[in-house]
Design a protein around this ligand. Structure first.
Ligand SMILES: Cc1ncc(COP(=O)(O)O)c(C=O)c1O
Length: 502
């Protein structure tokens, strides 16, 4: 190696700490490599002689020589014994040292913003374990025909066709996609080709794929406010700026959406707004489609609990009204079977089907074949339709028990709304303090109630007290447990009233 003309730069290796319990040479190699790559050790810096470095770090000279050998072999350092050891010229590979750099690897600014955001996202739902009244977001597990599922599953795994055991189609099992297309045609009036369907691990993955593929960092995304926070998080982690759009008695306020300025995408829950329970009116559906066309924007339609409608005619999904290929429809089996199944789907505008399948293949290739194949059999043999009817009727009768047994005149609590769809209802209360007190008194007697205030975007302009309310899931447990929970609530809230804490 030609001797460098410039004098060697001073070198500070004081931050290196080696753990005597682990391979010392390997640790030293990694510490030096990290410093070279992040620019703390700049090119042509002369490293201390192996003996001096060994003394400085309190390790044997052999350890240093082994670490240097590895760095030589990989081209990070250059030099000859006796002529000094220098950091090599690594064309473009090094970055300037960040101010105050420490041994902790630095994380790019956009990633660290995403990591911060993820701290506010619950890894597990806050309310987990066996369902209790009035858990939100879960259907009646007790009614799932596990015996039928086990039989179909055993039949599939007893002699699986070798053709289905290799790497499958990232868009999902062909038979399942055909059956989903037929189901949507009959139940939602949504006509699509099976080629437009992508099987996902529940709606959450479908939403997350939309975020990954349709959003550039800095794009604005309109989300309902209050709304489904996990969807907002998926878009924000992809770099979106969230624009919270108000929801009124007709669903997403399209006038407020117009006022929000250019948004690349709007995420909505039209059949049963989450969490307020409002259905998006037909007029608003048409305005929303018109908005998407004028602004060249996408709409993600999350039909998470569309199977549960108790009265009134269901309105056509946005995807069925869409003539411009702007709507991505998200469906799930998790609210009709059970969430841990992790099976859902996307219906995509034809031009997006292939890019989405490619992107999905990168993450996890495809959903596990067993649950896809068994779900296909479950649908084909008519069990699915039967189960939907059973679940709808059970949810309706559980809703009725809640509506009939709800304590009258809870102070500060609005009357319960009419509930025509879904698995939960939402009732407003007059202040955040009241919300907190009602919920904690309920928790004290083992009754789960979710706070409406937790569904708002941070920094919402709606006054705090107007964000307060109770969100109650009514489908998770049988009628008798609902009645017991209502008795417990009466006692808890009654006691509270007596001690004037409400
Ligand atoms: C509005 C909404 N969308 C999507 C989901 C996620 O559903 P999945 O379990 O299919 O991911 C939920 C779950 O509660 C939800 O409330």
């Amino acid at each position: 190696m030609p001797a460098p003309s410039a004098p060697p730069l001073p070198v500070d290796l004081s931050g290196i700490r080696l753990d005597p319990q682990r391979g010392l040479a390997r640790q030293l190699y990694q510490a030096l490599r990290e410093r070279i790559l992040d620019g703390r050790l700049q090119r042509r810096t002369r490293l201390p002689a192996s003996r001096d470095l060994a003394n400085l770090l309190g390790v044997s000279r052999n350890t240093v020589i082994r670490a240097f050998d590895q760095l030589y072999a990989e081209g990070y350092i250059e030099g000859r014994i006796g002529a000094g050891t220098y950091v090599a010229e690594l064309s473009g590979a090094t970055r300037p040292a960040p101010a105050g750099a420490t041994q902790v690897p630095t994380i790019a600014a956009t990633q660290s913003a995403a990591l911060q955001l993820l701290q506010t996202h619950h890894l597990n739902p806050p309310l987990s374990g066996a369902p209790r009244a009035f858990r939100v977001g879960v259907p009646a597990f007790d009614l799932f025909p596990f015996e039928t599922w086990a039989r179909l599953s055993a039949r599939f795994w007893r002699k699986p066709s070798p053709a289905r055991l290799g790497y499958g189609d990232p868009a999902g099992d062909g038979q399942l996609r055909e059956l989903i297309a037929a189901y949507l045609r009959n139940s939602r009036g949504l006509h699509c080709d099976p080629a437009q369907i992508l099987v996902t691990c529940g709606s959450q993955q479908a939403i997350s794929l939309c975020a990954q593929l349709l959003i550039e960092p800095g794009d604005r995304v309109a989300v309902e406010n209050p709304g489904y926070r996990a969807a907002g998080h998926a878009f924000a982690v992809a770099g979106a700026q969230l624009a919270g759009i108000a929801v009124d008695g007709e669903g997403l306020d399209t006038t407020a959406l117009e006022r929000a300025g250019r948004c690349r995408l709007a995420y909505v829950t039209p059949s049963h707004q989450y969490p307020t329970g409002v259905t998006l009116s037909l007029a608003r559906r048409l305005e929303l489609l018109d908005w998407a066309e004028r602004h060249d924007s996408w709409i993600v339609e999350d039909d998470y609990d569309g199977e549960y409608r108790y009265s009134g005619t269901p309105l056509a999904p946005l995807a069925a009204l869409d003539r411009q290929g702007r709507v991505l429809y998200v469906g799930t089996f998790c609210k009709i079977a059970f969430p841990a199944l992790r099976l859902g789907y996307l219906v995509l505008p034809a031009a997006l089907a292939e890019p989405f399948a490619r992107r999905r293949a990168l993450d996890m290739r495809h959903s596990e074949i067993g649950s896809q194949a068994v779900m296909a059999e479950f649908i084909a043999a008519g069990h699915f339709q039967r189960h939907i009817r059973r679940m709808r009727s059970a949810a309706r009768s559980r809703r009725d028990v809640l509506l009939a047994g709800w304590p009258e005149s809870v102070p500060g609590c609005a009357p319960l709304p009419a509930v025509e769809a879904g698995l939960h209802l939402c009732v407003r209360v007059d202040s955040l303090i009241r919300e907190r007190e009602l919920i904690s008194a309920a928790a004290g007697v083992g009754v789960e109630i979710s706070a409406l205030s937790s569904y708002w975007l941070p920094g919402s302009s709606t006054p705090e007290d107007q964000r307060a309310g109770l969100v109650l899931g009514f489908a998770a447990v049988p009628e008798a447990q609902i009645a017991e929970a209502l008795l417990a609530l009466r006692r808890a809230w009654g006691d509270c009233l007596a001690t004037a804490c409400l």
